[in-house]
Design a protein around this ligand. Structure first.
Ligand code: PEP
Length: 254
């Protein structure tokens, strides 16, 4: 099985009804025009836009995802959203363990693992984010940090069908800084090896590993065309359909 490239947009806490709707319509239209066979598109708007965006994506090849979920199905969890609720709204993916949630909400890898497991139980694909901080990189711990995060954040029920890994160096997110191509290649290779150790060679060879962190149309070809890179998780550049599609244009083929 060939790993299908995934171009995923993380809109973060951006977009009111009108602009969210317009962006979703633009992405759906542009994706349809291109008709890339080897690429899958995904947008992950904030919870408030999921219903609106779902309607705008109807009939298109663009999938819908959320940016986080709770571990429980339902219950006394004020302000939280369960994976079942996301599935009910038409989501097929959910991002878990984004570095902004790990940092701002003190989410541990153990919690991220539980979230991924709950997402799977609800029939969602989990995009599990990992990545080192700047100080971890500076002290030469990048590979060790990523291996540990894979070991602790990926549940044992993970398969290539229900899980995607996103490698996002924390220092590259929203900063305009990116690792070198050689660094990305090395870390992605190490991540695949860590997945293999945890879930076996067959699963590891099929599981998609995205790169995320300051990807834009001008650097997408070099960062996303590497052997072990199966697409991108795009933040800032996913907020403009032309930039998001520019990234796809750099890596997808008809
Ligand atoms: C992200 O937050 O997932 C991300 C990759 O952001 P950006 O593309 O803006 O660096």
């Amino acid at each position: 099985m060939v790993r299908k490239t995934l171009i995923a947009g993380n809109w973060k806490m951006n977009g009111l009804l009108e602009d969210g709707l317009a962006l979703a319509k633009d992405v759906a239209l542009e994706a349809k025009k291109r008709g890339y066979k080897n690429c899958e598109f995904l947008v992950c708007p904030p919870f408030t836009l999921l219903s609106t965006v779902k309607k705008a994506l109807r009939g298109s090849k663009v999938a819908l995802g959320a940016q986080d979920c709770h571990t429980a199905t339902s219950g006394a969890h004020t302000g939280d959203v369960s994976p079942q609720m996301l599935k009910d709204l038409g989501c097929s993916y959910v991002i878990v363990g984004h570095s902004e949630r790990r940092a701002n909400h003190h989410e541990t890898s153990a919690l991220v693992c539980q979230k991924a497991e709950s997402a799977h139980a609800a029939g969602l694909k989990a995009i599990i984010c990992i990545g080192e901080t700047e100080s971890e990189r500076d002290s030469g711990k990048t590979i060790a940090v990523c291996q540990k995060q894979i070991k602790e954040s990926v549940p044992s029920d993970a398969t290539a069908q229900n899980t995607v890994i996103a490698y996002e160096p924390v220092w590259a997110i929203g900063t305009g800084k990116t690792p070198t191509v050689a660094d990305v290649a090395e870390v992605h290779g190490a991540i695949r090896a860590a997945i293999s150790q945890k879930l076996g060679k067959a699963v590891a060879s099929q599981m998609r590993i995205l790169y995320g962190g300051s990807v834009k149309p001008s650097n997408a070809a070099q960062l996303l065309s590497l052997k072990d890179v199966d697409g991108g998780l795009i933040g800032g550049a996913s907020l403009k359909a032309s930039d998001f599609m520019g990234i796809a244009d750099a890596v997808c083929q008809k």
